[in-house]
Design a protein around this ligand. Structure first.
Ligand code: ADP
Ligand code: ZN
Length: 530
């Protein structure tokens, strides 16, 4: 019987050099590896691309027994295992995609001590069969990947993760290392609590990705804006364009292709063969743009993604950070670009309001969205805001985001906001009517549209009191009010309603500073001047 791994590594550095072929550890990797080899528990927060895998793979090679890796990314297990095998690491996996014979084979390897690493899906670990199996072999460590999935208030909760607290109860002597790329201080505490990682040492890498330039622009003609960006700054580059819907993915992939930008679609509605073909082309070929829903990207390790563009608003700052984090893993300058507009806010709020979830779920979803909206509406450094959200030290100004490169002019929108809220209030109180944003703006601008005449809204005292602003500016005011929850959209009829917080603005207790939208044409040049 062979207890020692086939690779017989003498130390962590030996494994790093000889097995993985890297000269040195990165950041805190060395400390983490040493701590786990010595049998300690660890909670590792490291951004995507930071090098989390080595933190458990190397201890699994150095410690006797098999490292058991719990990962929700079933679709990637085969690839991960193949990659390890080419390095000579004895790895395998157990998940629901295998038939009985395949499983038997893997189980036999594990029990015979012939595996360095065994990947299992979280739902598997919950079963008595897998637990009994693990009792029959020797476990060197448990690695809990994507550990934020245990957080009920996180953005990616998986109920199966809750059962992982039993690891500590059933195998108290086996060290555990939990890893995640997305953790606010609250999520981190929740992970530690739910996984009973009370004794674990916390390792927190910087979440700053200094080579990524964050830019958020007002959305007016997103396809055109995207094309301008790609032509002026990213000609011939690889990149990812995220869209909310499958239809939008198809539409924009075609739009780019027909405008000379090689682009491929990726979403869950495509058949598996097309998906995997497009994915492998994106990974292998240079200069392809992947237009995708967020179904694309988990576990994609392509170092030279030069830009990540969002045509729709992400649901949370965690999601935004994770998706933009796929840009520039090679450390070279890259762009994270998001086009954001009033419709995004309306749509996301509507999706939350009409979701199946209970009140607590909706509150949580709204909280995540609010953080994302606050980033979009902010007039200060984007990077500083992102880092603060993740509970990290941040400079006041980073010098590599749109706010720093071209400080936005801000203007005081408090009075216009009061005018708009008064309009909504009056329509409701005086006429018992509710209308959407466009009609309210028409009233403020003093436009005698058919609808205005039909409802005799030109007789309202607020008619025309907002003619000092343009229609675009008014839409921005509505957007910011919605973003700040000072105004809401009634889900069934898409009409504007006041919220519990509207009074703060109406009474003048709350000052609203808005970004003045820069003229469209000058935006793209900010990069070269920076
Ligand atoms: P994460 O899981 O944190 O997203 P990975 O573990 O996939 O990151 O690592 C990201 C990339 O960095 C991989 O290509 C990996 O091979 C590489 N990498 C990790 N650690 C090192 C290191 N010490 N030296 C060089 N490259 C490394
Ligand atoms: Zn900045």
């Amino acid at each position: 019987m062979t207890e020692a791994p086939l690779l017989s590594v003498s130390s962590a550095t030996d494994a790093l050099n000889r097995v993985f072929g890297y000269p040195s550890f990165r950041g805190e990797q060395g400390d983490i590896v040493e701590h786990v080899i010595a049998g300690g528990d660890a909670l590792v927060l490291m951004p995507t691309g930071g090098g989390k895998s080595l933190c458990y793979q190397i201890p699994a090679l150095v410690r006797p027994g098999t490292g058991v890796v719990i990962s929700p990314l079933i679709a990637l297990m085969q690839d991960q295992v193949d990659a390890l095998r080419t390095l000579g690491v004895r790895a395998n996996f157990l998940n629901s995609s295998q038939d009985l014979d395949e499983r038997r084979l893997v189980e036999a390897e594990f029990v015979a001590g012939e595996l360095d690493l065994l990947y299992v899906a979280p739902e598997g670990l919950g079963t008595a069969a897998v637990q009994r199996l693990l009792d029959r072999g020797k476990i060197s460590l448990f690695a809990i990947d994507e550990a934020h999935c245990v957080s009920q208030w996180g953005h990616d909760f998986r109920p199966d993760y809750l059962a992982l607290s039993m690891l500590h109860e059933r195998w108290p002597d086996v060290p555990r290392i939990a890893l995640t790329a997305t953790a606010t201080p609250a999520t981190r505490d929740e992970i530690a609590g739910r996984l009973q990682l009370t004794e674990a040492r916390h390792f927190t890498a910087s979440f700053d990705r200094p080579n990524i330039q964050y830019r958020i622009v007002a959305k007016n003609n997103p396809a055109r804006q995207l094309l301008d960006l790609l032509r002026s700054e990213h000609a011939g580059d690889s990149g990812i364009v995220y869209c909310l819907s499958r239809a939008s993915v198809e539409k924009h992939a075609e739009f780019l292709s027909s405008n000379g930008v090689p682009a491929l679609p990726y979403h869950a509605g495509l058949d598996a063969r097309t998906r995997s073909l497009n994915q492998s082309r994106f990974l292998r070929e240079d200069g392809l743009v992947m237009v995708a829903t967020i179904a694309f990207g988990m576990g994609i390790d392509k170092p030279d993604v030069r830009f990540v563009a969002h045509l729709d608003l992400p649901k949370s700052l965690e999601g935004y950070y994770q998706e933009t984090g796929r840009a520039g893993r090679d450390g070279l300058p890259s762009t994270a670009w998001l086009a954001y507009g009033l419709q995004d806010v309306m749509q996301q709020r509507r999706m939350i309001d009409s979701s199946e979830g209970d009140a607590a779920y909706r509150r949580n979803a709204a909280r995540h969205l609010d953080a994302m909206l606050a980033l979009c509406e902010s007039v200060t450094c984007r990077r500083a805001q992102i880092l603060q959200y993740f509970g990290q030290e941040a400079p006041a100004a980073c010098g590599n985001c749109d706010s720093c490169l071209a400080p936005p002019e801000s203007w005081d929108a408090t009075v216009p906001a009061q005018k708009l809220l008064s309009t909504v209030f009056r329509l409701h109180k005086e006429r018992n009517q509710r209308f959407g944003s466009q009609h309210s703006i028409d009233i403020l601008l003093g436009k005698r549209t058919d609808k205005v005449s039909r409802f005799r809204h030109d007789e309202l005292s607020v008619f025309g009191i907002g003619s000092d602003l343009s229609e675009v500016e008014w839409r921005n005011v509505v957007r910011q009010l919605l973003a700040g929850d000072f105004l809401a959209v009634e889900p069934n009829h898409q009409t504007l309603t006041l919220t519990a917080r509207s009074g703060e603005v109406l009474r003048g207790e709350r000052k609203l500073l808005m970004r003045r939208e820069a003229p469209r044409s000058s935006r793209g040049s900010s990069r070269s001047s920076g």
